[in-house]
Design a binder for this molecule. Structure first.
Ligand code: JB8
Length: 465
């Protein structure tokens, strides 16, 4: 059984000096990992130890030569089995150690490094005998593109993985190699004193962000630790932390929500309160989040409005009337005016790529002439539309829920709307959402008066959403 082994090849071996420190340093000195750093220039053949040349086709910067890299990887591959006796000079004499190489190449165009990948690599390296890793740290404009395919054809190479730390550019691969090693070495057998924290993390592997953590003092510069954490109620603490994890994930990394499953009813309620559409069958749709549109997004909302309005009109509505209505009421300027008004909120339901799927406008200012006679303070759900491809998935429900929250926060005790009297699907939807028909109005589209129902939903405290 061999010690897990990683070789790093770089033109700046000193850049990897931190591998002597802390947890990784300890793992090395206690023999839990065999980590070696090599200078690429040892494999240059000229007097100046050249490793790079100018790019064919022109352009800025220099490109690393594939032949120098091939020799460096070859030399690493044929290092003898770690721990075997040599001639005592500390230099490897050659002869393969029987393990195939996983060649890891940091590059901005690689696949993003993940915990799952670090775990997979740690599992393979930790098993000891099948593979070892070589990290090939490029510099300049990168390595000649023929190197990776050539390595993939070698029988001593198990696979080549080009990886990236994220969508930003480093000057070279050394920091990415350090990051990868830090992620992998702590997962190797025997390295972490407290494997419980690894297990706890690997739960969050299912992709929710960590909850926030606090320590003494309980009150610091007027800032209190959340009281539930001081309550001694372990169940309440666990529920609070789960809710924090989910809410943070919605707010900071909504794209992770698509990978969540096994959510219970409490999780779904937490997500719904954070603006995520729960979907109809216990799985998240999209996921979709509802947010306020901001100044400058008038044109984006106007595009959505023009498309959805046309589709919501009765069949015999003419294109001319639709165009006139869109030009007058659903233009980018009209929406910029909504966005600039303190009385109006434009709510956008977006998928994880922030692509809009639907929108709503809530008006909380002085009531319009169409507002129903009703006690108390009303807010108007003046628009609520969803693109056909997102209909039936709960997006409209999420928009109404967000509209209700906004109206309540603005002090309204009822929410009203007008809906085309012949749009049975919309009327049924609003009825399910707790609206009831209280009156009628006419709504002009171009040159034609349409017949609308006026519907109201009571927002009094204690009335269900
Ligand atoms: C030259 O940003 B990076 C990265 C940048 C690089 C090289 C490798 C990795 C080599 N520039 O992940």
């Amino acid at each position: 059984m061999s010690v897990p082994r990683v070789d790093v090849v770089t033109i700046f071996p000193d850049y990897l000096a931190p591998l002597d420190l802390s947890l990784i340093g300890k793992a090395r000195t206690s023999g839990l990992v065999d980590l070696r750093v090599h200078d690429l220039r040892e494999h240059a053949h000229d007097r100046h130890r050249t490793v790079d040349d100018s790019p064919f086709g022109g352009g800025a910067g220099m490109v690393m030569r594939p032949d120098v890299w091939e020799r460096a990887i070859e030399a690493t591959a044929s290092h003898r089995r770690s721990g075997a006796e040599g001639d005592g000079d500390g230099v490897d004499e050659g002869g393969t150690d029987g393990r195939a190489l996983v060649v890891l190449v940091p590059t901005p165009s690689g696949r993003p490094l993940t915990q799952a990948f670090a775990q997979e690599l740690a599992d393979e390296l930790g098993a000891g005998d099948r593979v070892r890793a070589v990290v090939a740290c490029g510099r300049y404009e990168g390595i000649d593109a023929r190197l990776v395919p050539a390595l993939r054809e070698r029988s001593d190479v198990d696979r080549v993985v080009e990886f990236s730390l994220g969508d930003f550019v480093l000057n070279g691969g050394e920091v990415a190699a350090l990051a990868l090693l830090e992620a992998v070495v702590r997962l190797l057998p025997g390295v972490l004193g407290n494997p419980e924290s690894v297990v706890e993390e690997s739960f969050s592997h299912e992709a929710v962000l960590e909850y926030p953590v606090f320590t003494r003092p309980a009150r610091w510069e007027d800032r209190e630790v959340p009281p539930v954490l001081l309550s001694g109620d372990h169940g309440a603490v666990a529920r609070w932390r789960r809710a924090q994890s989910l809410t943070r994930t919605v707010q900071r990394r909504p794209e992770l929500l698509a990978r969540l499953d096994g959510l219970d009813a409490v999780d779904l309620a937490t997500l719904a309160a954070a603006g995520v559409v729960p979907g109809r069958h216990g799985r998240l749709i999209g996921p979709v989040t509802v947010r306020r549109a901001v100044a400058g997004e008038g044109a984006l909302v106007a595009d959505l409005a023009a498309t959805t309005f046309a589709l919501a009109c009765p069949d015999e509505t003419t294109m001319a009337d639709i165009r006139a209505h869109v030009a007058a009421h659903l233009s980018p300027r009209a929406f910029e005016a909504h966005l600039a008004s303190a009385d109006d909120a434009v709510l956008l339901a977006c998928d994880v790529g922030d692509v809009p799927l639907g929108y709503a406008v809530v008006r909380t200012g002085a009531p319009s002439a169409d507002a129903p006679a009703h006690d108390g303070t009303g807010a108007e759900l003046s628009k609520c539309y969803v693109l056909p491809r997102a209909q039936g998935s709960g997006v409209a429900r999420a928009l109404v829920a967000a509209a209700v929250r906004h109206a309540r926060a603005a002090g309204a005790d009822h929410l009203w709307l007008g809906v085309n009297a012949r749009n049975a699907a919309a009327i049924a939807f609003y009825t399910r959402a707790g609206f009831a028909v209280v009156g009628e109005r006419t709504y002009r589209v171009g040159e034609v008066d349409h017949h609308d129902h006026v519907m109201v939903k009571d927002l009094a405290p204690g009335v269900a959403d």
